[in-house]
Design a protein around this ligand. Sequence first.
Ligand code: BEZ
Length: 250
Amino acid sequence: MDKWNADLYKEKHAFVFEYGNSLIDDWLQPGPGETILDLGCGTGELTAQLAATGAQVTGIDASEAMIISARAHFPQVSFEVGDATSFSLPLQFDAIFSNAALHWVREKEKAIARMYAQLKKGGRLVIEMGGKGNVDSILTTLERVMQEKGYTYEPFWYFPSPGEYTTLLEHAGFKIDRVHFFDRPTKLVDPETGISDWLQMFGHHFFAGVPEKDSQAILQQVQQELAPAATKDGSLYADYVRLRVSAVKI
Ligand code: BEZ
């Protein structure tokens, strides 16, 4: 089932695409007329920015709700529903761009094989995803609080180290061009509820089978426990770790 709420995503989690600007300007450096695939495009803001550079852009996302929102807001851009592990498009692209999407793809080898197949020889892959240690304080606190309340916490996302992901890319036939692995504390919109909001937006899978009353109690406790250490100058931050990679299909 598609559980994404595109409006809530844009209202309280716009940092997901706002941070993507430097990945476009400094890393991808799109050229006019280039064909670019935006893999995991969400509500399409970065896809539209890519299109505004004169590139010929297609955005794909596994969530139909996200694609409906993207098409409504950016009717001039081409968007398709597609899963990173199985998508197939008629075109081979000059570049594939992906921001904050690939940590959702646990069958990473399949996604890498699809990206490789959809690039032209010499084509560029420019990605940013959560890296090893991403949101660790949120996840370790969630795990402990769930266990205290008698629930099992199942890890979900794939946050690789630079060595792990670049090795997978090299095995698939990519040549690694540039890697950056860095902490990026990420300001949440609401200092009172930001961590709980974040988990409700992105972590609904953790609460499958947990009654609403208990999931709300877990969320509140995680928020309260983390807030003192995660607050700076009145703002609340999530402990994001980013992995950026640029690679070329050889
Ligand atoms: C991230 O961008 O690091 C992220 C976003 C949502 C869920 C998990 C990770």
